[in-house]
Design a protein around this ligand. Structure first.
Ligand SMILES: [Zn+2]
Ligand SMILES: [Zn+2]
Length: 342
């Protein structure tokens, strides 16, 4: 079933407005509170047919969708449409963080990010590079986890002192035991096959106090995808994501020793619960030297991830006099641009 929000006043298309957080009519300005919409996606059993062709409710044109598409806009009339089958039953999101950054703000941020061409090649920003800008709700799983860690270690304290002609080294050994309970709440893992995991990880953190109960009008006028991987399949990723936090927490509890050697470290992590959420991301696709680049922005916080095209001539001028291999220079530039290397 295709859901399309038509304005009850004037009949024009309604879309989610990131500024007011309401379902808004572009023509007459009518605004509807989304929290008031009643829908029951969890229990609705709609069979999904992957090969099914969807048609725009508004103009009747065939909608171009992929198997993952859960919301899109009609390529013909521009109406925002939501595909209910792909958001129902096991595919029903529990929560959503709606966009608070508008398309215009995302475009401004992209231009600013290019630093007014300071390091980008001449003409980069003047040409029509931008292939597309898309506001996309990306599927994520959030995990609440509990970890039990039992640790046995030997710590040493070494003291050196001199008595007369002799230098003494005194080593004391301590048995160290730790029994640690840790809880992790809302650890996110991106559940879309298409999205680059590293880019998605770098867009974090998302402000989880902004999570709202999922309602389909939040998607009106945006692109949304359903998950490719369920919470069971992605569990090893969340486990490895928190591994370093657990290790560093254990280390932080064992301090004051000259050395620590671990005899036994038993770490057991269990899932308390997981929930399916949609998180807002602005994606800008642009062409440079015949390759496509991606700029991504957290649609709630404005945090930016990507690697801008860099002019080697301009870079050489900027770093004039510094003898460095191009690899080191590139790394420095990447750090300055805040993008990191990936
Ligand atoms: Zn209207
Ligand atoms: Zn249409």
């Amino acid at each position: 079933m295709v859901i399309h929000y038509k304005c009850p006043n004037c009949g024009d298309d309604m879309a989610f407005d990131s500024e007011s957080g309401m379902l808004t009519c572009q023509s007459c300005g009518r605004q509807d509170q989304i929290e008031d919409f009643s829908e029951d996606l969890k229990t609705s059993v709609l069979s999904e047919d992957e090969a099914k062709e969807y048609h725009c409710e508004n103009c009747g044109a065939a909608l171009i969708t992929e198997a993952e598409t859960a919301a899109t806009t009609c390529g013909f009339c521009g109406a925002g449409v939501v595909l209910q089958e792909r958001l129902s039953g096991v595919l029903a999101p529990a929560k959503v963080i709606p966009f608070t950054i508008s398309k215009e703000e995302a475009m401004q941020a992209f231009k600013k990010w290019c630093r007014n061409g300071r390091l980008t090649p001449k003409g980069f920003m003047t040409a029509d590079r931008i292939k597309g800008i898309t506001g996309m709700y990306v599927p994520f799983w959030l995990y609440d986890l509990k970890t039990k860690a039992k640790v046995e270690a030997v710590g040493t304290k070494v003291r050196k002192y001199t008595r007369g002609d002799y230098e003494y080294t005194e080593t004391k050994y301590f048995d160290v035991y730790r029994d640690i309970d840790l809880s992790y709440i809302k650890v996110p893992v991106d559940a879309s096959e298409k999205m680059d995991d590293k880019i998605m990880d770098k867009l974090e953190p998302f402000p989880y106090d902004q999570l709202k109960d999922f309602k389909t009008p939040y998607l009106a006028g945006y692109i949304a995808e359903k998950y490719n991987y369920d919470d069971k399949v992605l569990y090893p990723r969340v486990e490895s994501k928190i591994k370093n936090f657990i290790e560093s927490y254990i280390r932080s509890t064992i301090s004051g020793y000259s050395s620590v050697s671990y005899n036994h470290k038993h770490i057991n992590t269990k899932k308390v619960r997981s929930y399916y959420v949609l998180l807002p991301v602005w994606m800008v696709y642009y062409d440079y030297e015949k390759t496509e680049h991606t700029f991504a922005m957290n649609g709630q916080t404005g945090k930016v991830v990507g690697k801008p095209p860099i002019s080697f001539q301009k870079m050489a001028a900027w770093f004039g006099g510094i003898a460095a291999t191009s690899f080191i220079t590139l790394k420095v530039v990447a750090l300055i641009m805040g993008g990191g290397l990936w």
